[in-house]
Design a protein around this ligand. Structure first.
Ligand code: PLP
Length: 500
């Protein structure tokens, strides 16, 4: 790739990356560099050339060599040559060095739960700044301990867990999961229809890879837990987002779902209880989703990892129990309800009309076999964890930690002028709305970054959950009330002066 002038090269690199001027401004801001709108437009039109540090930043955000961008010398841009991904580049010693870039498959994959704002927080921590973390649903660091009995049982069984287990999981684990499926009235489940995974995460990945061909569509909620969109995209499918409506307690908007179904739609994903909104779908809402899925013969994927973290005396209903004639896959695990995210154990239950998914189930089996099995010591405690006393209950009843923290955060956040929220009924997340007019917010990632830099509070902006407007953010309310209080006070102060 050549380019006569700096502006030619800049435009070329922007085109190669599919970036507009506003994207450059935004990406530079994430690196702590301010580039004005008029400046970038002058660079692009050739009226001006940037200073050295701006040039350095432009080269970084466009993934091109700085020297090439500056002078057109040096070989070529990393992405810009139109040549294969593995490129040759001069190293200082004069030897030609090969450079490896991530695959194009990752181009549209977004996973901001561990994204640029989190990177910036890590950089600040590295520099000695203490950060209040309200960004990740990881119970252990907030004092939620694994029940003693679970640890005891794992230790006892450890020496028996040295080998691989069957690919779909240990018999004892699957038996306990099958009984759990029976209690939830999930129909037509045999031992062969259950798979354990290294967390639900791995199973989501397997299910998307086994199902989706290029051009296939899958309905995923917006906001979502972004792994679903990321895995569907990585598999080559198209994630089509249906709206969950804040005005209706964040329930899925049925009319929107209907509008978005076409011949290419294979499945619908629901997350119930929901991350990031904390919504819990009542039976009538689930029934309407089943009706739509039935009409269009869609697979239902139901992510129910928070199914035991339900408050206010509400009951969680598994959608699969309402759809014996459809093919359903229900996901859950021990990361949240048993607060043992680090052991990596989740499962999925295939149920209902398995005839319609015979071949698909073969595909799932193949991918499961290819990863040999999930973590065996973690499988060994599924039976213990699912049976007997469920310590999670004590967290969600009145006086319980999750419940009290939920009540606190809901009131404290909605007391801030310009912030409103639907009270979560389940899980440990709240997804408040920002009055964007009041604060002039146009870019929610920038808001998260500004809050991080000003107040040392880390949270994820709504865009990280495939929410298209810049008007939401997610707070994880796992920290103790004292910590939540400190965080909200700082946020209230931030919102008293913030304007974008
Ligand atoms: C809705 C949802 N599904 C799945 C996962 C992944 O869970 P696991 O730890 O089992 O991989 C999470 C984690 O936060 C989640 O929120």
């Amino acid at each position: 790739m050549t380019g006569e002038t700096f502006a030619d090269r800049l435009r070329m690199a922007m085109e190669q990356q599919g970036k507009k001027q506003i994207d450059i401004i935004h990406d530079a801001a994430l690196r702590g560099v301010k580039i004005g709108k008029s400046h970038i437009s002058q660079y692009v039109s050739g009226k001006n050339v940037p200073r050295a540090e701006i040039l350095h930043c432009l080269a970084q955000v466009l993934y091109v060599e700085e020297e090439w961008l500056r002078s057109g010398r040096q070989e070529k841009s990393r992405q810009g040559s139109g040549e294969p991904q593995e490129e040759k580049k001069e190293s200082t010693g004069g030897r030609v060095m090969r450079e490896f870039r991530k695959s194009n498959k990752l181009n549209n994959v977004l996973y901001d739960v561990r994204g640029p704002v989190v990177d910036e927080a890590a950089r600040m921590e590295e520099a000695g700044t203490q950060i209040l973390k309200l960004n990740i649903g990881n119970p252990a660091p907030f004092g939620f301990r694994t029940p003693d009995e679970v640890i005891y049982d794992m230790r006892r069984q450890l020496t028996e867990c040295e080998g691989y287990s069957p690919a779909n999981g240990l018999f004892s684990a699957r038996k306990a999961i099958m009984q759990y499926a029976q209690l939830r009235q999930i129909p037509n489940v045999t031992m062969e229809d259950i798979y354990t995974g290294n967390g639900v995460s791995e199973l989501i990945n397997i299910c998307m890879s086994a199902l989706l061909d290029d051009g296939d569509e899958i309905l995923i909620p917006s906001p979502d837990y972004p792994l679903w969109t990321a895995c569907a995209t990585l598999a080559g499918g198209t994630a089509v987002h249906y709206i969950c409506d804040e005005q209706s307690d964040w329930y899925p908007d049925m009319a929107d779902i209907r509008r978005k179904i076409n011949d290419r739609t294979k499945a619908i994903v629901i997350i119930n209880p929901n991350n990031p909104t904390g919504a819990l779908y009542p039976r009538e809402v689930l029934q309407q989703i089943v009706d739509i899925a039935r009409e269009h013969q869609l697979i239902i994927f139901s992510d129910e990892i928070y199914d035991r973290l339900v408050m206010d005396g509400e009951e969680h209903v598994s959608i699969a129990s309402l759809a014996p004639d459809l093919f359903c896959v229900t996901y859950s695990g021990l990361s949240k309800s048993h607060m043992i995210a680090g052991f990596r154990i989740g499962w999925m239950i295939m149920s209902g009309n398995k005839k319609m998914a015979k071949d698909y189930m073969e595909g799932i089996k193949m991918l499961s076999n290819m990863r040999l099995c999930s973590n065996v010591p973690a499988q060994s405690i599924v039976q213990t964890a699912l049976g007997g006393h469920q310590s999670v209950r004590s967290y969600v009843v009145p006086g319980g930690r999750i419940r009290e923290q939920r009540d606190y955060i809901y009131k404290a956040l909605t007391d801030i002028p310009g912030i409103s929220a639907v009270k979560p009924k389940a899980a440990f997340y709240i997804f408040p709305k920002i009055d964007v007019k009041k604060f002039g917010i146009v870019n929610d990632e920038q808001f998260a970054l500004d809050l991080l830099r000003d107040k040392k509070i880390l949270l994820i902006h709504g865009g990280g959950f495939n929410w298209k407007q810049p008007d939401h953010f997610r707070v994880v309310f796992l920290p103790r009330i004292e910590v939540l209080k400190e965080s909200v006070e700082k946020m209230a102060d931030f919102f008293s002066y913030y304007h974008q």
